[in-house]
Design a protein around this ligand. Structure first.
Ligand code: ATP
Length: 235
């Protein structure tokens, strides 16, 4: 299968600081792929570069067969690149339903269908559609943030550390939806420090350490790998 997203030799710097070097990876249509790495490994930098918020110093990003390296973020979003940033960032004063609608540029009937889809995926949100986001638990806010990033039916969802600040139980509940999201046709690139959980819901993974990919392969073999332990011990 030809890749949906293909990154080649990407390098990104913050001034003099090299955050990513020689990063290459690919994601196929409908696949769930984990991007593992400790704090500061470069996961958010990679996500920001794929979405177009950061400009690479070198390398290329191909999406749907076209080079999108120079495209602005809004054009990438229109091509079906979805992004759920770290830290949930819902609109606290808006209801669950309005949070979902605020992010959606489809017609009314499609909006309704997509809201129903999000509610099927996260039944906890369906129970209280008119509740304001600030009243929700951390787990529910994360579900809402993911739901919102699905409202334009992306072909690829970049999901940045959804487990951040969540209890193990809520992390499990949120990450457990990833196989359904990818099975329904939205490929997922999941950035996570929580390697064990991420590997249990993704088919493949890449391991990022100090800005470089140090290992990659099927989730099952990485789960048993020494490199995973090294990467997550830092340094
Ligand atoms: P985290 O889990 O903490 O978000 P991460 O794997 O997403 O970690 P990045 O946030 O991408 O890592 O950071 C990669 C490297 O780039 C780190 O060394 C970090 O200190 C550095 N960095 C990130 N943002 C900036 C910035 N705005 N200016 C300078 N350096 C930065």
């Amino acid at each position: 299968m030809s890749a949906l997203l293909s990154i080649t030799d990407l390098a990104v710097s913050y001034g003099e600081i090299a955050a990513l070097r020689g990063v290459s990876l690919s994601v196929s249509p409908g696949e769930a792929v984990a991007l593992l790495g400790a704090n500061g490994a470069g996961k958010s930098t990679l996500m920001g570069t794929i979405i177009g918020l950061l400009k690479p110093r070198a390398g290329s990003i191909t999406y749907l067969g076209a080079d999108i390296t120079a495209l602005p973020p809004q054009s990438r979003a229109r091509l079906g690149l979805g992004y759920c940033p770290e830290g949930r960032r819902t609109f606290p004063g808006l209801s669950i339903r309005d949070n979902l609608l605020a992010a959606c540029w489809a017609d009314r009937a499609t909006q309704r269908r997509r809201i129903d889809h999000v509610f099927t995926l996260f039944p906890a949100l369906a129970e209280r559609p008119t509740t304001n986001a600030w009243r929700l638990s951390g787990g529910q806010q994360q579900m809402l943030a993911i739901g919102r990033s699905l409202m334009n039916a992306p072909r690829l969802l970049l999901l940045d550390e959804p487990s951040l600040g969540l209890s193990p139980l809520l992390t499990e509940e949120v990450l457990a939806r990833i196989p359904s999201i990818s099975a329904e046709g939205t490929a997922v690139l999941l950035a996570e420090q929580n390697a064990a959980r991420a590997l249990s819901v993704c088919a493949r993974a890449y391991v990022l350490r100090l800005g470089q990919i140090v290992n990659a392969g099927p989730a099952a073999s990485l789960a048993a790998s020494d490199d995973i332990r090294r990467a997550f011990l830092g340094g």
